[in-house]
Design a protein around this ligand. Structure first.
Ligand code: SAH
Length: 240
């Protein structure tokens, strides 16, 4: 069944008119015609059975039918990550979305890349929407604005939940052991390719982040981010 993301504000009535991007996917790529059934999701957890009613040059009119709520992932996971260069951040967004991450906040410390701009945020948000569509989610993770590490830590501390700093620098508890209490809300902080600066670990600790390990090997940021999200989701029973 074809699935497509439509922002909630467009789904108010019994019908909706989808834009040129939807037209390209549904009509040009999937070659659907009027009468075809599809599933629409609003990114906030609602999925709607729909049917194509009319096809314009660059728009598609659909009739909206039965709605259902798709439960949010078992663990509300916020990932604070210092974005690695290029496609590697795309990989983090795509894979952690498939694994149920709730929010990704690009944070920039002393050794990270330059603060990502709105263009990059939009690009990552589009990747998250597509990964949600493909993986059958009806909620789409929010990609936050890039911010300084200190701000990300302060926001996380204010939001509460169990907070873990993924750090290869100390033989503290492994992340699986640190997650033994099966928390339902978790913040995971993964550092840049160059590692955390010494002061940054202290800053994270002061913001209530406990350090946790992912084994004796040095993982790339993207590996650490994807594994940490999977472990947090598994601990909360979110992988079945
Ligand atoms: N200091 C590393 C570079 C950082 S690895 C080096 O010497 O090359 C990138 C990030 O992944 C780290 O900041 C950390 O958040 C995470 N990470 C990598 N390996 C890890 C491990 N074994 N345990 C916990 N976190 C790890």
């Amino acid at each position: 069944m074809p699935r497509i993301f439509v922002p909630p504000e467009k789904l108010q009535g019994a019908r909706a008119t989808l834009d040129v991007a939807a037209h390209r996917h549904l009509i040009k790529v999937l070659r659907l015609a009027p009468g075809a059934a599809l599933q629409v999701f609003d990114g906030k957890g609602t999925e709607i059975e729909a049917r194509i009613e009319a096809v314009g040059k660059a728009s598609v009119d659909i009739a909206l039918g039965e709605q259902r709520h798709i439960p949010a992932p078992a663990c509300a996971i916020t990932l604070l990550v210092s974005p690695p260069r290029g496609e590697r951040m795309d990989l983090i967004v795509q894979k952690t979305t498939e694994l149920g991450v709730g929010r990704i906040v690009p944070v920039v410390g002393e050794r990270g890349m330059v603060k990502p701009g709105p263009h990059q945020r939009r690009r990552w948000q589009t990747i998250a929407e597509e990964a949600a569509r493909q993986s059958g989610r009806a909620d789409v993770p929010e990609i936050g604005d890039g911010m300084a590490l200190a701000s990300g830590l302060a926001q996380a501390a204010a939001a509460g939940g169990s907070r873990f700093l993924l750090w290869e620098g100390e033989h503290g508890p492994s992340l699986p052991r640190a997650l033994a209490s099966r928390p339902r809300a978790v913040v995971l902080l993964v550092g840049p390719e160059g590692g955390f600066a010494v002061g940054e670990v202290a800053l994270a600790r002061a913001a209530g982040f406990a350090s946790a390990g992912l084994g004796p090997r040095i993982l790339r940021s993207e590996t650490a981010a994807i594994v940490a999200v999977a472990l947090a989701q598994a601990a909360a029973g979110g992988l079945g």
